[in-house]
Design a protein around this ligand. Structure first.
Ligand code: ADP
Ligand code: MG
Length: 239
């Protein structure tokens, strides 16, 4: 069974077609990069999966269940959106505990889960800090820990590295690869406009252009034998 399945999902904003009948399937434990230029519909696709917006057409399935009509908090996903800042007035611990408290988890369970995910992202020593006391990269790790705290079967990442400088981005790619190995059953959809990031991280890459899926396939295959000129130029323009 697939972790995520989109069937002909369309999103219109007035006259703008942000997503034009997207079909997409992500397997349990798979990391899929959604790659494309700015404005191609990547964030819109992610928001449709997360439930932050209602598709104009089509259906969204999670673990085989049709969730098209469910609000975000009923979908049980982990989401890290670029604009999703941490809660500035809360310590790291409380930021990470937020989703668990919303689900009325017990005190011990919260303590155990928060400790576990902070260790997972290498931030165990930072639980009492405030977000403003952390670097951009550290804040992003906390945002990922917060998303993982509820043990989501699917983790959605929207340009999680784009605010970081090049050196830090390299570190975070290594970090995400390690994380992936630790979470073999978690499906990850990683939105990026950076071909290098997609090639480094993804099992498969889905290339988007103008609200549509252009090509999809195993990362290496797509790089070595791009099915279309667009994918060739987009992937080939790395470095
Ligand atoms: P990407 O994440 O690939 O850069 P988006 O999914 O954000 O692209 O946007 C796809 C298209 O939809 C763009 O043309 C964008 O301007 C438009 N769009 C996205 N969100 C909105 C919105 N809330 N209102 C109007 N247009 C939007
Ligand atoms: Mg975007």
């Amino acid at each position: 069974m697939s972790a995520v399945r989109l069937e002909q999902v369309s999103v219109h904003f007035g006259r703008t077609v942000a997503l034009a009948g997207l079909d997409l399937e992500v397997a349990v434990g798979e990391t899929l990069a959604l790659l494309g230029p700015s404005g191609s519909g990547k964030s819109t696709a992610l928001k449709a999966i997360a439930g932050f917006l209602r598709p104009s057409g089509g259906r969204v399935f999670l673990g085989g269940e049709d969730v098209t009509d469910l609000p975000p908090h009923r979908r049980g996903l982990g989401v890290v959106v670029q604009s999703y800042a941490l809660f500035p007035h809360m310590r790291v611990f409380d930021n990470v505990a937020f989703g668990l408290r919303a689900r009325r988890a017990g005190r011990k369970e919260i303590e155990r889960r928060v400790t576990e995910v902070l260790e997972l992202v290498g931030m165990a020593g930072f639980r009492d800090r405030y977000p403003r006391e952390l670097s951009g990269g550290q804040q992003q790790r906390i945002a990922i820990a917060r998303a993982l705290a509820i043990r989501p079967p699917v983790l959605l990442l929207d340009e999680p590295l784009s605010a970081l400088d090049a050196a830090l981005r390299e570190d975070m790619i290594a970090e995400l690869l390690r994380l992936r190995a630790e979470l073999p059953d978690t499906a990850i959809i990683h939105v990026t406009h950076d071909q290098g990031e997609a090639l480094a991280l993804a099992d498969r890459i889905a290339v988007m252009r103008d609200a549509k899926l252009v090509d999809i396939g195993p990362a290496r295959e797509l790089y070595q034998r791009p099915p279309s000129a667009f994918t060739a130029s987009f992937l080939g323009s790395a470095n």
